[in-house]
Design a protein around this ligand. Structure first.
Ligand code: FAD
Length: 183
């Protein structure tokens, strides 16, 4: 059983998985390589003067896998709650179980609908940590319908992960590193 399952392979999903895996939480990320980043060439991702979206996501995947996240190229077709866990089912018929889920599926809202999360009009109801109205279900990025920039999706993923890590460990969480060689 994973602690966290992230569904979605765009900036929101990979950034959530980066933080949860780096914090040592067992993380599985499912995606189908259909991120809208494949259509994008970015001049507005702070710190990177210009980069193709596909290249950025290749770097992201390597970065996330380095911290131990298990990235699986599989479409999720069904998700449901069973007691305190979620059962996540793939199109090929395999199942994963997790305590928390982060939904970062871009323009695909199917899984959020299956989970019965709340909406306000067309916009998903989420707080600033990405918490939906269903406990332990987080969402971020385009799927919330309120933002459309890659760096905001990445920030949403980070915010969701940081809240989730604090909830799981029972203490406030900051992911601070310092330059090599300093204390
Ligand atoms: C033509 C174009 C140009 C753009 N240019 C820029 C730009 O210059 N700068 C900028 O900041 N933004 C740009 N964008 C926007 C940017 O691409 C999005 O903001 C970003 O991709 C959103 O990230 P996300 O993680 O929220 O969703 P996405 O990147 O859409 O990722 C969603 C992921 O979920 C996966 N998924 C969906 N359903 C399932 C499922 N059931 N099971 C498993 N996986 C699933 C998909 O495969 C995909 O990997 C552009 C977009 C387009 C279309």
């Amino acid at each position: 059983m994973a602690v966290v399952v992230v569904i979605g392979g765009g900036p929101a999903g990979y950034c959530a998985a980066l933080f949860t895996a780096k914090a040592g939480l067992g993380t599985v990320l499912f995606e189908t390589n259909e991120t809208k980043m494949h259509n994008a060439y970015l001049y507005n991702y702070l710190g990177i003067p210009e980069i193709g979206g596909t290249e950025l996501m290749k770097i992201a995947r390597r970065q996330v896998e380095k911290f131990g996240a298990n990235v699986r190229m599989e479409k999720i077709t069904k998700i449901s709650r069973q007691g305190q866990s979620f059962i996540i089912e793939t199109a090929s018929g395999t199942r994963e179980e997790a305590k928390y889920v982060v939904i970062a599926t871009g323009l695909n809202e199917d899984l959020l609908k299956q989970l019965g999360v709340g909406y306000e009009g067309d916009a998903l109801k989420v707080d600033r940590h990405g918490q939906t109205t269903v406990e332990n279900v987080y969402a971020g990025g385009w799927v919330t319908r309120s933002k459309s920039q890659a760096i905001i999706s990445a920030g949403d993923g980070a915010a969701a992960a940081i809240h989730l890590i604090a909830k799981e460990t029972g203490k406030p969480y900051k992911d601070f590193d310092v330059p090599p060689g300093t204390k």
